[in-house]
Design a binder for this molecule. Structure first.
Ligand code: GLV
Ligand code: MN
Ligand code: MN
Length: 412
């Protein structure tokens, strides 16, 4: 144990409950799609909390929010944070935890009358989830110069509204420029969202990197016709092609083995009626792998199969890449620092890759970056039942405090 101040467990846990009230679902969990009214309310509440800590708040042109706790020296800040948008069936912790734990670190330092040499900044990034607007990690991608601002603002979401319109509507089209953040380093604290730490009874995940991700959208145009009169061989059935693509994705992942994953998370059929052959299907395929070359092969195979299958059934295929990010390795020195600080607190650690996408994989393009994971009960996430034990939430925040203060106080 070292002499660092202890974070306030009650305050951290209450803040998670409080933020979870914005977009709360009836049986628990949250629906807070990016730039929705619920997101606006959650943003306003979080910004108020930042101001209450006397932090200097700025909003950039893609709606990312940064709050600075000044250091004793004018130097590039150590950045932490995550996101507060959620999927439609989100829990209380995904993203929110990293932002609120960052603010809890600042509250603890402030109460103890402590300032670090470098400033500590806490950020939340726009549309990390990618559930409403694709790609995911949109705000952090724009922040690091990976996507032109104009393109991001013109991105149309699943409901037809653009990012730019929605930022204006909710009052988060900020003035701060995007494109070249001058930060010393970035540390993101997050729930694991997978089963590994919980199953192995480990306190802290030391995240070595993030697997690669590929999101494809297929649009299949067939012909609607009568289910009772159209012979099987004469059908141009978009629903059948969608089903065959779904099965192929699953089999591909099993055939590749290793860390290959494949998910068909959305399929929309038209006209979606019991006695009408589907005229149109729009579907998504999510492919992930820690091995970038294998991921590229998987993507090519998916496209090849979809093309052949559609042709075989007389269906016209269109496709778009909604997101494509290569695997990312975090900074070895920062990864080691996370492990050391956790171990100094007497916590057990395990090195692992992240299965989910995170803003840290974008920040890693511009500064040394790393992540800290805490266990997710039963590995459940993107589900209202997502849960992390209170003591793990508190431990993770304490590790964050120690890593941030170590980085922000180091010489050089
Ligand atoms: C973001 O949560 C993702 O990995 O899909
Ligand atoms: Mn997240
Ligand atoms: Mn998520």
């Amino acid at each position: 144990m070292n002499g660092a101040p202890r974070i306030n467990a009650g305050r951290l846990l209450e803040s998670l409950e409080a933020l979870g009230r914005f977009g709360a679902l009836p049986g628990g969990g949250t629906n807070r799609l990016a730039l929705s009214d619920a997101d606006r309310a959650a943003r306003d509440w979080t910004v108020d909390r930042m101001h209450a800590l006397d932090m200097t708040v700025r909003v950039d042109a893609i709606g990312n929010v940064f709050a600075t706790y000044a250091g004793t020296e004018q130097r590039a800040p150590v950045l932490t944070g995550s996101h507060i948008d959620t999927v439609r069936t989100g829990g209380l912790y995904d993203g929110n935890y990293g932002v609120l734990a960052g603010l809890e670190v600042v509250a603890t330092l402030r109460e103890a009358g402590l300032r670090t040499r470098r400033p500590i900044e806490v950020a939340f990034f726009t549309n990390e989830e990618g559930a409403r607007f694709q790609p995911d990690m949109l705000g952090s991608l724009v922040a690091v110069g990976g996507l032109p601002l104009a393109e991001a603002l013109a991105t149309r979401g699943i409901d037809g509204a653009t990012v730019g319109e929605e930022l204006q509507r909710i009052g988060y089209a900020g003035q701060a420029p995007v494109g070249a953040p001058q930060v010393d380093s970035f540390i993101e604290l997050h729930i694991e969202q997978g089963p590994v730490l919980h199953q192995q009874g480990v306190d802290i995940g030391v995240v070595e990197g993030v697997q690669g991700i590929c999101w494809l959208e297929f649009t299949l145009e067939g012909c609607s016709n009568h289910a009772g009169t159209t012979p099987m061989v004469l059908r141009r059935d978009a629903g059948l092609v969608a089903a065959r693509i779904t099965a192929f994705a699953h089999e591909l992942a099993l055939r590749y083995g290793g860390r290959q994953l494949a998910t068909v998370g959305a399929v929309e059929l038209r006209p979606n009626l019991v006695n009408v052959i589907a005229q149109r299907a729009v579907m998504t395929v999510d492919l992930r792998n820690t091995d970038g070359a294998a991921l590229a092969r998987a993507e090519a195979e998916m496209l090849g199969f979809a093309t052949r299958c559609a042709a075989e059934h007389g269906v016209v295929l269109g496709h778009r890449r909604l997101a494509r990010f290569d695997p990312v390795a975090f900074d070895p020195a920062l990864v080691e620092l996370v492990a050391q600080e956790a171990q100094e607190l007497g916590l057990s650690t395990l090195r692992l890759p992240s299965g989910a996408g995170h803003d840290a994989q974008m920040l890693a393009r511009v500064c040394p970056s790393a992540m800290i994971f805490v266990p997710s009960v039963d590995g459940l996430s993107h589900n209202p039942g997502e849960h992390t034990e209170a003591h793990h939430l508190v431990q993770g925040a304490q590790v964050l405090l120690q890593v941030l203060t170590r980085l922000a106080n180091r010489a050089g």
